[in-house]
Design a protein around this ligand. Structure first.
Ligand code: NAP
Length: 278
Protein backbone atom coordinates (compact mmCIF):
# COMPACT_ATOMS: atom_id res chain seq x y z
CA UNK A 1 0.00 0.00 0.00
CA UNK A 2 1.25 3.49 -0.89
CA UNK A 3 2.49 5.62 1.99
CA UNK A 4 0.06 8.11 3.50
CA UNK A 5 0.32 11.14 5.79
CA UNK A 6 -2.35 11.86 8.37
CA UNK A 7 -3.72 15.39 8.33
CA UNK A 8 -4.37 17.21 11.59
CA UNK A 9 -7.94 16.12 12.23
CA UNK A 10 -7.27 12.50 11.35
CA UNK A 11 -7.63 11.89 7.61
CA UNK A 12 -4.94 9.90 5.76
CA UNK A 13 -3.94 11.28 2.35
CA UNK A 14 -1.28 10.10 -0.13
CA UNK A 15 2.28 11.15 0.78
CA UNK A 16 2.84 11.91 -2.90
CA UNK A 17 0.43 14.12 -4.81
CA UNK A 18 0.51 16.33 -7.88
CA UNK A 19 1.09 20.08 -8.17
CA UNK A 20 -0.41 22.09 -11.01
CA UNK A 21 1.26 25.53 -11.06
CA UNK A 22 1.81 26.67 -14.70
CA UNK A 23 -0.46 23.94 -16.06
CA UNK A 24 -3.50 24.98 -18.10
CA UNK A 25 -1.86 28.06 -19.58
CA UNK A 26 -1.03 26.77 -23.07
CA UNK A 27 -3.96 25.45 -25.08
CA UNK A 28 -1.71 23.31 -27.30
CA UNK A 29 -0.42 21.44 -24.22
CA UNK A 30 -3.80 21.00 -22.50
CA UNK A 31 -4.54 17.46 -23.72
CA UNK A 32 -1.10 16.18 -22.65
CA UNK A 33 -1.42 17.88 -19.26
CA UNK A 34 -4.84 16.33 -18.64
CA UNK A 35 -3.58 12.90 -19.64
CA UNK A 36 -0.54 13.35 -17.37
CA UNK A 37 -2.71 14.27 -14.37
CA UNK A 38 -4.91 11.23 -15.02
CA UNK A 39 -1.85 8.97 -15.40
CA UNK A 40 -0.71 10.21 -11.97
CA UNK A 41 -4.14 9.53 -10.45
CA UNK A 42 -4.07 6.00 -11.83
CA UNK A 43 -0.67 5.53 -10.19
CA UNK A 44 -2.03 6.62 -6.80
CA UNK A 45 -1.02 10.31 -6.90
CA UNK A 46 -4.58 11.19 -6.04
CA UNK A 47 -3.97 14.39 -4.07
CA UNK A 48 -4.15 17.33 -6.50
CA UNK A 49 -3.03 20.81 -5.51
CA UNK A 50 -4.18 23.92 -7.35
CA UNK A 51 -5.02 27.58 -6.58
CA UNK A 52 -7.21 30.40 -7.83
CA UNK A 53 -3.96 32.29 -8.51
CA UNK A 54 -2.57 29.80 -11.05
CA UNK A 55 -3.11 31.23 -14.52
CA UNK A 56 -5.83 33.50 -13.07
CA UNK A 57 -8.19 30.53 -12.90
CA UNK A 58 -7.15 28.77 -16.11
CA UNK A 59 -5.32 26.12 -14.10
CA UNK A 60 -8.42 25.31 -12.02
CA UNK A 61 -10.42 25.11 -15.27
CA UNK A 62 -7.96 22.60 -16.71
CA UNK A 63 -8.03 20.56 -13.48
CA UNK A 64 -11.85 20.65 -13.62
CA UNK A 65 -11.71 19.26 -17.15
CA UNK A 66 -9.21 16.56 -16.09
CA UNK A 67 -11.50 15.54 -13.22
CA UNK A 68 -14.68 15.32 -15.30
CA UNK A 69 -16.03 11.94 -16.46
CA UNK A 70 -15.83 10.32 -13.03
CA UNK A 71 -12.24 11.28 -12.09
CA UNK A 72 -13.25 13.74 -9.35
CA UNK A 73 -14.37 10.93 -7.01
CA UNK A 74 -10.89 9.39 -7.07
CA UNK A 75 -9.15 12.58 -5.92
CA UNK A 76 -8.40 14.57 -2.76
CA UNK A 77 -8.73 18.07 -4.22
CA UNK A 78 -6.87 21.05 -2.74
CA UNK A 79 -7.17 24.69 -3.75
CA UNK A 80 -6.04 27.99 -2.28
CA UNK A 81 -7.54 31.40 -1.73
CA UNK A 82 -5.62 34.62 -2.45
CA UNK A 83 -4.86 36.56 0.77
CA UNK A 84 -6.66 39.62 -0.62
CA UNK A 85 -9.82 37.50 -0.98
CA UNK A 86 -9.54 36.01 2.49
CA UNK A 87 -12.12 38.13 4.36
CA UNK A 88 -15.15 36.40 5.91
CA UNK A 89 -17.28 37.10 2.84
CA UNK A 90 -14.44 37.15 0.30
CA UNK A 91 -13.21 33.64 1.10
CA UNK A 92 -16.72 32.25 0.55
CA UNK A 93 -17.12 34.06 -2.77
CA UNK A 94 -13.64 33.00 -3.95
CA UNK A 95 -14.45 29.39 -3.06
CA UNK A 96 -17.67 29.50 -5.11
CA UNK A 97 -15.67 30.73 -8.13
CA UNK A 98 -13.07 27.98 -7.65
CA UNK A 99 -15.78 25.30 -7.35
CA UNK A 100 -17.34 26.53 -10.59
CA UNK A 101 -14.01 26.41 -12.46
CA UNK A 102 -13.21 23.01 -10.96
CA UNK A 103 -16.70 21.72 -11.85
CA UNK A 104 -17.21 20.24 -8.40
CA UNK A 105 -19.49 20.89 -5.43
CA UNK A 106 -16.77 20.72 -2.78
CA UNK A 107 -13.05 20.94 -2.08
CA UNK A 108 -11.39 18.40 0.18
CA UNK A 109 -8.99 21.03 1.49
CA UNK A 110 -8.92 24.81 1.13
CA UNK A 111 -5.77 26.74 2.02
CA UNK A 112 -4.97 30.37 2.70
CA UNK A 113 -2.20 30.88 0.08
CA UNK A 114 -0.13 33.16 2.30
CA UNK A 115 -0.77 35.59 5.15
CA UNK A 116 -2.29 38.89 4.00
CA UNK A 117 -4.00 41.87 5.58
CA UNK A 118 -7.33 40.29 6.52
CA UNK A 119 -7.43 39.24 10.20
CA UNK A 120 -6.87 35.49 10.39
CA UNK A 121 -9.94 35.00 12.62
CA UNK A 122 -12.09 36.35 9.75
CA UNK A 123 -10.51 33.92 7.29
CA UNK A 124 -11.05 31.05 9.72
CA UNK A 125 -14.70 32.11 10.19
CA UNK A 126 -15.07 32.07 6.38
CA UNK A 127 -13.54 28.58 6.18
CA UNK A 128 -15.88 27.36 8.93
CA UNK A 129 -18.92 28.80 7.13
CA UNK A 130 -17.80 26.92 4.00
CA UNK A 131 -17.46 23.71 6.03
CA UNK A 132 -20.96 24.09 7.45
CA UNK A 133 -22.28 24.60 3.92
CA UNK A 134 -20.51 21.41 2.73
CA UNK A 135 -18.36 23.39 0.27
CA UNK A 136 -15.05 22.40 1.85
CA UNK A 137 -14.18 19.43 4.02
CA UNK A 138 -11.03 20.82 5.70
CA UNK A 139 -8.99 23.99 5.74
CA UNK A 140 -5.33 24.86 6.18
CA UNK A 141 -2.65 27.43 5.49
CA UNK A 142 0.41 27.94 3.30
CA UNK A 143 3.68 29.86 3.66
CA UNK A 144 3.07 30.41 7.37
CA UNK A 145 6.04 30.61 9.77
CA UNK A 146 6.01 30.02 13.54
CA UNK A 147 4.96 33.57 14.50
CA UNK A 148 1.86 33.53 12.29
CA UNK A 149 1.05 29.96 13.30
CA UNK A 150 0.97 31.08 16.93
CA UNK A 151 -1.26 34.00 15.93
CA UNK A 152 -3.55 31.61 14.05
CA UNK A 153 -3.84 29.24 17.00
CA UNK A 154 -4.52 32.14 19.37
CA UNK A 155 -7.29 33.23 16.97
CA UNK A 156 -8.94 29.81 17.34
CA UNK A 157 -7.34 28.03 14.38
CA UNK A 158 -6.85 24.68 16.08
CA UNK A 159 -8.61 22.81 13.27
CA UNK A 160 -5.95 23.75 10.68
CA UNK A 161 -5.20 20.53 8.76
CA UNK A 162 -1.82 21.30 7.17
CA UNK A 163 0.76 24.02 6.39
CA UNK A 164 1.96 24.00 2.75
CA UNK A 165 5.55 25.26 2.58
CA UNK A 166 8.62 25.35 0.36
CA UNK A 167 10.73 22.31 1.28
CA UNK A 168 13.37 20.36 -0.62
CA UNK A 169 17.02 19.33 -0.21
CA UNK A 170 18.19 22.85 -1.03
CA UNK A 171 15.58 24.59 1.19
CA UNK A 172 15.94 23.10 4.64
CA UNK A 173 15.56 26.22 6.80
CA UNK A 174 12.21 25.02 8.22
CA UNK A 175 13.95 22.06 9.86
CA UNK A 176 15.37 24.45 12.49
CA UNK A 177 12.17 25.58 14.17
CA UNK A 178 9.00 25.34 12.07
CA UNK A 179 9.18 21.54 11.74
CA UNK A 180 9.76 20.88 15.47
CA UNK A 181 7.04 23.44 16.30
CA UNK A 182 4.47 21.79 14.03
CA UNK A 183 5.49 18.30 15.19
CA UNK A 184 4.46 19.27 18.72
CA UNK A 185 1.09 20.41 17.35
CA UNK A 186 0.65 17.25 15.24
CA UNK A 187 0.35 19.53 12.21
CA UNK A 188 1.80 18.02 9.01
CA UNK A 189 3.39 19.70 5.99
CA UNK A 190 2.74 19.79 2.31
CA UNK A 191 6.10 20.34 0.58
CA UNK A 192 5.83 22.51 -2.51
CA UNK A 193 8.54 22.76 -5.17
CA UNK A 194 9.93 19.48 -3.79
CA UNK A 195 12.40 19.26 -6.70
CA UNK A 196 13.17 23.01 -6.64
CA UNK A 197 11.27 23.57 -9.90
CA UNK A 198 13.73 21.39 -11.79
CA UNK A 199 16.85 23.34 -10.73
CA UNK A 200 18.53 20.74 -8.50
CA UNK A 201 22.05 19.67 -9.52
CA UNK A 202 22.18 16.43 -11.49
CA UNK A 203 25.71 15.69 -10.33
CA UNK A 204 27.24 15.31 -6.84
CA UNK A 205 25.53 13.68 -3.86
CA UNK A 206 22.08 13.20 -5.41
CA UNK A 207 23.65 11.53 -8.45
CA UNK A 208 25.81 9.22 -6.32
CA UNK A 209 22.83 8.09 -4.24
CA UNK A 210 20.78 7.74 -7.43
CA UNK A 211 23.45 5.51 -9.03
CA UNK A 212 23.49 3.29 -5.95
CA UNK A 213 19.71 2.77 -6.16
CA UNK A 214 19.59 2.65 -9.96
CA UNK A 215 17.31 5.69 -10.16
CA UNK A 216 17.42 9.35 -11.22
CA UNK A 217 18.71 12.20 -8.95
CA UNK A 218 15.28 13.86 -8.99
CA UNK A 219 13.67 10.67 -7.73
CA UNK A 220 16.18 10.67 -4.87
CA UNK A 221 15.27 14.29 -4.08
CA UNK A 222 11.59 13.33 -3.91
CA UNK A 223 12.26 10.24 -1.78
CA UNK A 224 14.27 12.49 0.55
CA UNK A 225 11.30 14.87 1.01
CA UNK A 226 9.01 11.90 1.64
CA UNK A 227 11.38 10.33 4.21
CA UNK A 228 9.54 12.23 6.93
CA UNK A 229 6.23 10.73 8.09
CA UNK A 230 4.62 14.18 8.28
CA UNK A 231 5.41 15.52 4.79
CA UNK A 232 3.26 15.27 1.66
CA UNK A 233 5.21 16.07 -1.54
CA UNK A 234 3.38 17.67 -4.46
CA UNK A 235 5.72 17.72 -7.49
CA UNK A 236 4.31 19.16 -10.67
CA UNK A 237 4.80 17.21 -13.89
CA UNK A 238 3.46 18.02 -17.32
CA UNK A 239 4.73 14.91 -19.07
CA UNK A 240 3.85 11.27 -18.48
CA UNK A 241 7.55 10.36 -18.24
CA UNK A 242 7.96 12.74 -15.29
CA UNK A 243 4.82 11.63 -13.46
CA UNK A 244 5.78 7.96 -13.88
CA UNK A 245 9.29 8.70 -12.54
CA UNK A 246 7.81 10.61 -9.61
CA UNK A 247 5.39 7.81 -8.73
CA UNK A 248 8.30 5.34 -8.72
CA UNK A 249 10.18 7.51 -6.20
CA UNK A 250 7.82 6.17 -3.51
CA UNK A 251 9.64 2.84 -3.68
CA UNK A 252 13.09 4.27 -2.89
CA UNK A 253 14.22 3.67 0.68
CA UNK A 254 17.11 5.93 1.61
CA UNK A 255 19.48 4.48 4.22
CA UNK A 256 21.58 6.28 6.85
CA UNK A 257 24.57 6.44 4.49
CA UNK A 258 22.44 8.09 1.76
CA UNK A 259 20.98 10.62 4.20
CA UNK A 260 24.45 11.46 5.56
CA UNK A 261 25.79 12.06 2.04
CA UNK A 262 22.85 14.35 1.28
CA UNK A 263 23.43 16.22 4.58
CA UNK A 264 27.01 16.96 3.53
CA UNK A 265 25.95 18.35 0.14
CA UNK A 266 22.82 20.10 1.45
CA UNK A 267 23.51 20.88 5.12
CA UNK A 268 20.65 21.19 7.60
CA UNK A 269 20.18 24.68 9.14
CA UNK A 270 22.15 25.73 12.22
CA UNK A 271 20.09 28.81 13.03
CA UNK A 272 16.67 30.33 12.46
CA UNK A 273 16.04 31.40 8.86
CA UNK A 274 12.96 33.24 7.72
CA UNK A 275 10.53 31.09 5.80
CA UNK A 276 11.39 31.12 2.09
CA UNK A 277 8.69 31.38 -0.57
CA UNK A 278 8.62 30.85 -4.32
P1 NAP B 1 8.46 21.33 -8.62
O1 NAP B 1 7.35 20.39 -8.49
O2 NAP B 1 9.58 21.27 -7.64
O3 NAP B 1 9.13 21.25 -10.07
C1 NAP B 1 8.39 21.23 -11.25
C2 NAP B 1 9.39 21.15 -12.40
O4 NAP B 1 10.10 19.91 -12.30
C3 NAP B 1 8.74 21.16 -13.76
O5 NAP B 1 9.60 21.90 -14.60
C4 NAP B 1 8.71 19.70 -14.17
O6 NAP B 1 8.84 19.55 -15.56
C5 NAP B 1 9.94 19.18 -13.51
N1 NAP B 1 9.84 17.76 -13.17
C6 NAP B 1 8.77 17.10 -12.66
N2 NAP B 1 9.07 15.81 -12.44
C7 NAP B 1 10.35 15.64 -12.82
C8 NAP B 1 11.23 14.53 -12.85
N3 NAP B 1 10.84 13.32 -12.41
N4 NAP B 1 12.50 14.71 -13.31
C9 NAP B 1 12.90 15.93 -13.74
N5 NAP B 1 12.12 17.02 -13.74
C10 NAP B 1 10.85 16.88 -13.28
O7 NAP B 1 7.95 22.87 -8.60
P2 NAP B 1 6.56 23.60 -8.41
O8 NAP B 1 5.67 23.35 -9.55
O9 NAP B 1 6.90 25.00 -8.05
O10 NAP B 1 5.95 22.95 -7.07
C11 NAP B 1 5.02 21.89 -7.07
C12 NAP B 1 3.62 22.38 -6.77
O11 NAP B 1 3.55 23.01 -5.49
C13 NAP B 1 3.12 23.48 -7.71
O12 NAP B 1 2.82 22.98 -8.98
C14 NAP B 1 1.97 24.02 -6.91
O13 NAP B 1 0.85 23.16 -7.01
C15 NAP B 1 2.55 24.03 -5.52
N6 NAP B 1 3.20 25.33 -5.14
C16 NAP B 1 2.66 26.02 -4.09
C17 NAP B 1 3.22 27.24 -3.72
C18 NAP B 1 2.62 28.01 -2.57
O14 NAP B 1 2.95 29.20 -2.42
N7 NAP B 1 1.78 27.40 -1.77
C19 NAP B 1 4.34 27.76 -4.40
C20 NAP B 1 4.89 26.99 -5.43
C21 NAP B 1 4.31 25.78 -5.78
P3 NAP B 1 7.61 19.24 -16.55
O15 NAP B 1 6.55 20.25 -16.23
O16 NAP B 1 8.23 19.38 -17.90
O17 NAP B 1 7.15 17.84 -16.27
Amino acid sequence: MAKTVTLHGGEAVPALGQGTWLLGEQSERRREEIETLREGIERGLTLIDTAEMYGDGSCEEMVGEALSDGWREKVFLVSKVYPHNASLKGVQEACERSLKRLKTDHLDLYLLHWMGDHPINQTIAGFEALQRAGKIRRWGVSNIDTDYLEEMIDAGGTECAVNQILYNVSRRGVEFDLMPFQSKLGLPFMAYSPIEQGRLPRNGALAKVADKHGVDPYQVALAWVMRRPDVIAIPKASTKAHVIANAAARDIVLDAEDLAAIDVAFPPPRRKQSLEML
